[in-house]
Design a protein around this ligand. Sequence first.
Ligand code: THU
Length: 132
Amino acid sequence: MNFELLIQEAFKGREKAYVPYSNFKVGAAILTDSGKIYNGCNIENASYGATNCAERTAIFKAVSEGEKEIKAIAVVGSPEEYTFPCGICRQVISEFAKEDTPVIIAKNENEFLVNRLDEILPGAFTKKDLIK
Ligand code: THU
């Protein structure tokens, strides 16, 4: 899997960030099992709670196109520090990913961390708890 390409796509998503309130741009990109890549940005709102994170934008774009399986996700926030997905985004990733799905947290194409999803969301509550 080409993590560098996914990071580049996350940066492309980041360019579109709509962040008039925090001025904190985030981009994300997911690779799906069909082989397609979807990117996304954070989209803020005057009613702050209505803000959508970059990860969820990318995931919702993909799912709305019929995708159901995330093979990898890359996230880029501040290029100076690693920006980990927020708790809500970890939960949404878990809906469409597996325990060992790589979550790539990048400062840039050369500096990135790779965590399995279950390392950043241990003991996740998922469909396995509901669908028997
Ligand atoms: N943000 C994301 O896009 N993803 C995360 O995982 C963390 C937070 C955004 C939401 C908001 O627009 C800004 O970062 C500051 O919280």
